[in-house]
Design a protein around this ligand. Structure first.
Ligand code: NIG
Ligand code: FE
Length: 399
């Protein structure tokens, strides 16, 4: 039984100029796109559904979030507005560690329920695939708990959730005087446990003065790869710590943030085919002034993805479409780069080759929009323009 979506314009993101097909049709069967093209060429089908002249794009992909957490950091946000820096707060035991305390104290059900609200908000902004990181547990049981919640969000929602182990997010209080011993625990116990239970699809780390050194991250990455898990990195967000080069050395799927990445680091990302994930919500919330080197990325041919970084500390952002609107304004990305960054390139940043464009053989993950052109996806601020979301060919619930 196949279904043809008709009365639509589409941005396939599989060719130049958004891959636009005016007055197109898309045939879906078994959750997969079987045919697409001008409606005039539509082959015989079992059923047709009119989309009333709306636009269809690949469903959006939020490739970097920390949306499973307990509590919030609104008080810290206020402290920062009064002059404290993110690093000051982190060094005083707040920041990521305050969310760690709340997350450790929360039950699996509490984390699931609050995570589901944020996941649903992201879906209502057009996301059919959302990556979720651990990193607020920072011990074996609580990191596993966070990943189990991510797997449950995948199983019990309409959205496809990709889970990433971020145990090397910051040094847990128990290991303050011996961070290397924590790295040993992550490499020798946590990564093997996560790999054998298939609880994560990748391993991430935070390479920064207030987190882990390049040498510590390299040990985590080697352990991840020895267990068949691809890696990604929070790199060069607040300082140039050589993160981009380190990510490239390990052929990471992505290097994320990159405000302070060096010229050499960008060239290394290009050579390694590592995707740069840009996070304007964190840049905005931290009131940063150094933009990621977008011009150098373009010049070197580095693929750029765009994500919300949804987290309680630096980016309380639950709309992937709003992340596009911020990316265009704060980082000077073109509307087409923003849409590629939340579709085709975001899929690459997650190592997914079955979604991110509208092409025959891809998953039927499609977003339907009330817009006159795809450049409006960056243009409007705070406007709800999503009219429908198909995930593997099925209508997703948006409330
Ligand atoms: O991506 N940079 C580190 N991790 C998060 C912040 C997490 C937090 O502050 O809770 C980020 O910005
Ligand atoms: Fe992050």
């Amino acid at each position: 039984m196949n279904l043809a979506l008709i009365d639509l314009n589409m941005a396939t993101m599989a060719g130049p100029d958004y891959g636009v097909v005016d007055d197109g049709a898309i045939v879906v069967e078994g959750g997969i796109i079987r045919w697409l093209g001008p409606r005039a060429d539509l082959p015989g089908v079992d059923e047709t559904r009119s989309l009333g002249g709306r636009w269809v794009t690949p469903a959006l992909i939020d490739c970097h979030t920390h949306l499973v957490f307990a509590g919030d950091r609104a008080a810290e946000f206020e402290q920062r507005l009064r002059g404290a820096s993110y690093e000051d707060i982190a060094r005083a035991g707040g920041g990521i560690l305050s969310t760690v305390r709340a997350t450790r104290a929360a039950s699996t059900d509490e984390l699931f329920e609050s995570g589901l609200l944020r996941l649903t908000a992201l879906a209502a902004s057009g996301a059919a695939t959302v990556e979720v990181k651990s990193g607020y547990g920072l011990d074996i049981d609580n990191e596993l708990k966070m990943l189990e919640v991510a797997r449950r969000l995948d199983a019990e929602s309409d959205i496809s959730v990709i889970a990433t182990l971020l145990a090397a997010h910051t040094v847990p209080p128990e290991y303050k005087s011996d961070p290397d011993a924590y790295i040993e625990l992550v490499c020798n116990e946590l990564i093997p446990a996560v790999a054998s239970r298939k609880l994560a699809d990748a391993v991430d780390a935070y390479c920064e003065d207030i987190a882990f050194t390049a040498a510590q991250v390299a040990r985590v990455f080697a352990a991840a790869q020895a267990h068949g898990l691809p890696v990604k990195l929070h790199a060069d967000q607040l300082t140039d710590g050589g993160g981009a080069g380190l990510a490239a050395e390990f052929s990471a799927l992505s290097a994320d943030h990159l405000e302070y990445a060096s010229t050499d680091g960008i060239a290394a990302l290009a050579d390694a085919g590592t995707v740069a994930v840009l996070l304007p919500g964190a840049y905005l919330t931290l009131n940063e002034s150094q933009r990621p080197p977008v011009e150098a990325m373009r010049a070197n041919g580095v693929a750029m993805a765009l994500a919300t970084d949804c987290n309680p500390g630096t980016s309380p952002l639950t709309s992937i479409r709003e992340a596009m609107a911020l990316g265009s304004r704060l980082f000077n990305l073109t509307p087409e780069e923003c849409l590629a960054g939340t579709t085709r390139e975001a899929a690459r940043a997650l190592g997914l080759d079955d979604r991110g464009t509208i092409e025959s053989g891809m998953r039927a993950d499609l977003a339907v929009w009330d817009i006159g052109h795809p450049n409006e996806l960056c243009y409007w601020l705070g406007r709800q323009s999503l009219a429908g979301l198909f995930v593997a060919g099925r209508n997703a619930s948006l409330a």
